[in-house]
Design a protein around this ligand. Structure first.
Ligand code: SAM
Length: 253
């Protein structure tokens, strides 16, 4: 899983979305940041240099293996100073209240059963005047220029509703943040448009066809035909797919 997250972070569309996210976080020197569900540490490593001198980022992840790997990668990259990874649950963070200037969660809330509780916990550990920034995609915003509409809709709807967590999380972030009484909330929709096999979304679509095929939501011949049509477009340079990520920022007062 850590290797998958690292590889995905190198895909052109993922690099772009991560840069946009970091721009909205707007980390400043001297600040203390918290990332929950930090995974292999891609975003923590990206943000860490902006916090120097004097600042730091802590990444918390529920997976002990992921935490070990995140530590190893940060050391290997030489971004070890000002960055720490801890094994723990976002539902009960091992920090006192008002410990951080900002708390962030990217591609994380879609995987939890009680995102409201996690937003409240993030809010608890952020100082008054500090900020929360959260991001998830919304898989029901996927568009693909594919010749078979009925099959594409069936496959995408199945993927959205039955695989990879709550794929409507993106559109729900605004309500979550407003309900938790975050102030001055802003929403930053980010449409990712891809044309290339190396893009993370393209890879997600291949996997969607595979898992839908394995689950019986589409037949083996439909799976193959669907992929073949997309491969044909990729070879001809006419492939088009898109998805919207929603980033919501709000302040604690
Ligand atoms: C899809 S990964 C995203 C990693 C990273 N934020 C990124 O964007 O590259 C989601 C991560 O959230 C972690 N996670 C899931 N539920 C969690 C929880 N309740 N508390 C802390 N981490 C959690 C998983 O172990 C996983 O590493």
């Amino acid at each position: 899983m850590a290797a998958f997250l690292e590889e995905r972070s190198q895909a052109p569309d993922m690099r772009k979305i991560n840069q946009v996210f970091c721009g909205i976080v707007a980390a400043r020197p001297g600040e203390r940041l918290l990332e929950i569900g930090s995974g292999s540490g891609v975003l923590s490593r990206l943000l860490a240099p902006s916090l120097q001198p004097g600042g730091s980022i802590a990444g918390v992840d529920i997976s002990p293996e992921m935490t070990v790997e995140a530590k190893r990668l940060a050391l290997m990259e030489g971004s070890g100073s000002g960055i720490a990874f801890l094994n723990g649950a976002a539902e009960s963070l091992p920090y006192q209240q008002a410990s951080f200037e900002a708390a962030i969660a990217a591609r994380m809330l879609l995987h939890v059963s009680d995102p409201e509780a996690i937003i409240f916990e993030m809010k608890r550990v952020v100082k008054p005047g500090g900020r929360l920034v959260v991001m998830d995609w919304d898989f029901d915003t996927v568009t693909i220029d594919h010749p078979n509409r009925e099959l594409t809709r069936r496959l995408l709807h199945w993927r959205c509703d039955h695989h990879g967590g709550n794929n409507w999380s993106g559109r729900q972030l605004w309500r979550l943040m407003k309900s938790a009484n975050l102030q001055d909330c802003t929403i930053h929709p980010q449409m990712s448009i891809v044309h290339d096999e190396a893009d993370g979304l393209t890879q997600s679509l291949w996997r969607a066809a595979q898992v839908a095929g394995t689950a019986g939501a589409i037949s083996p011949s439909e799976q193959q035909a669907w992929i073949n049509d997309l491969k044909h477009d990729l070879e001809n340079g006419t492939f088009f797919a898109s998805i919207v990520y929603f980033i919501v920022k709000g302040y604690v007062y």
